[in-house]
Design a protein around this ligand. Structure first.
Ligand code: AP5
Length: 221
C-alpha cells in the first residue's frame, strides 16, 4: 500500500479543511493545516501569534520564512512517517520549492496533490456562511452544515463566531491572492504529473466520496 503524503490545494473556502477531517477519520493520517496552526498561535498569544495576527486578519500571506520553519518542524514529527495531509501549504511557488527541500531533507516524497476545484461564487457562498466555535475550532456552515441549536457549537454550546478574515471585503482579497500567488501551483504540479483535480462543487458527502475513491486508487498504485 502506498502512503498518503498529500497536499490539498484549492481556493479559500473550497472545503479543504472539511474533506481533510473526513480523510483523517478514515485513514488516520495527520492533518497539517497551516491556517489552523497559525490561528492556534494567535489564540495562545504566543510570539508567533503576535507576529502574524494582523497579517492574517487582513487576508495577506504570512512570510515564507515563518512557514518554512513551522512546516519543517511539523513534518519532522513521528506521526508523519505514515502519511500526512498538507492543507494551506504551499501557497506560492517559493513555498513549493521550500517544501521540496523539506521533503528531501526528511526523506519523504509526495504521493499526490489533490486540487479541489470550485467556482468563485460557490466559495464566496461557503465562506460567508461559515461559522466556527472559538473554543474547539469546529467548523459549521449556516446552509450546508448547520449546528443543531441556533448558532451554538454542538459539542460545547459555545456561541459560534465568524472568522475575522471571512468578512466579505477580506474574502475578495484572499481570493485574488489565491489567483495571483497560489493558482500557479496547479500548473507546477500538473507539469510534474502529480495533480489530481476533484470536482468539489457538490455536497460534502459527494466530495468525500470522490476523494475517498481517488485515495483508494492511489493507495493501490
Ligand atoms: P487558511 O486557514 O489556510 O485559509 P484558506 O486557504 O483561505 O482556507 P479556508 O480555511 O478559508 O477554507 P477551506 O478550504 O479549508 O474550507 P472549509 O473546509 O473551512 O489560511 C488563513 C490565513 O492564514 C491566510 O489568509 C494567511 O494569512 C495564513 N496562512 C495560512 N497558510 C499560509 C501559508 N502557507 N503561507 C502564508 N500564509 C498562510 O469550508 C468552508 C465552508 O464551507 C465551511 O463552512 C464548510 O462547512 C463549508 N463546506 C465545505 N465543503 C462544502 C461542500 N462540499 N458543500 C457545501 N459547503 C461546504
Amino acid at each position: 500500500m502506498k502512503k498518503l503524503n498529500l497536499i490539498f490545494l484549492g481556493p479559500p473556502g473550497a472545503g479543504k479543511g472539511t474533506v481533510a477531517k473526513d480523510v483523517v477519520e478514515r485513514y488516520g493520517v495527520p492533518h497539517i493545516s497551516t491556517g489552523d496552526m497559525l490561528r492556534d498561535a494567535v489564540s495562545a498569544g504566543s510570539e508567533l501569534g503576535k507576529k502574524v495576527q494582523s497579517v492574517m486578519e487582513s487576508g495577506q500571506l504570512v512570510s515564507d520564512e515563518l512557514l518554512f520553519n513551522l512546516v519543517k518542524d511539523r513534518l519532522s514529527k513521528n506521526d508523519c512517517t505514515n502519511g500526512f495531509i498538507l492543507d494551506g501549504f504551499p501557497r506560492n511557488v517559493n513555498q513549493a520549492e521550500d517544501l521540496d527541500k523539506i521533503l528531501k531533507e526528511l526523506e519523504l516524497s509526495l504521493t499526490a496533490v489533490i486540487f479541489l476545484d470550485v467556482s468563485e461564487d460557490e466559495v464566496v457562498k461557503r465562506i460567508s456562511n461559515r461559522r466556527v466555535c472559538p473554543k474547539c475550532s469546529r467548523v459549521y456552515n449556516l446552509i450546508s452544515l448547520k449546528p443543531k441549536k441556533d448558532t451554538q457549537c454542538d459539542d460545547d454550546g459555545t456561541p459560534l463566531i465568524q472568522r475575522e478574515d471571512d468578512k466579505a471585503e477580506t474574502v475578495r482579497k484572499r481570493y485574488q491572492i489565491y489567483i495571483d500567488k497560489t493558482s500557479p501551483l496547479i500548473r507546477l504540479y500538473r507539469d510534474r504529473n502529480q495533480i489530481i483535480t476533484i470536482d468539489a462543487s457538490g455536497t460534502v458527502d459527494k466530495v468525500d466520496e470522490i476523494v475517498f475513491n481517488t485515495l483508494e486508487e492511489l493507495r493501490q498504485d
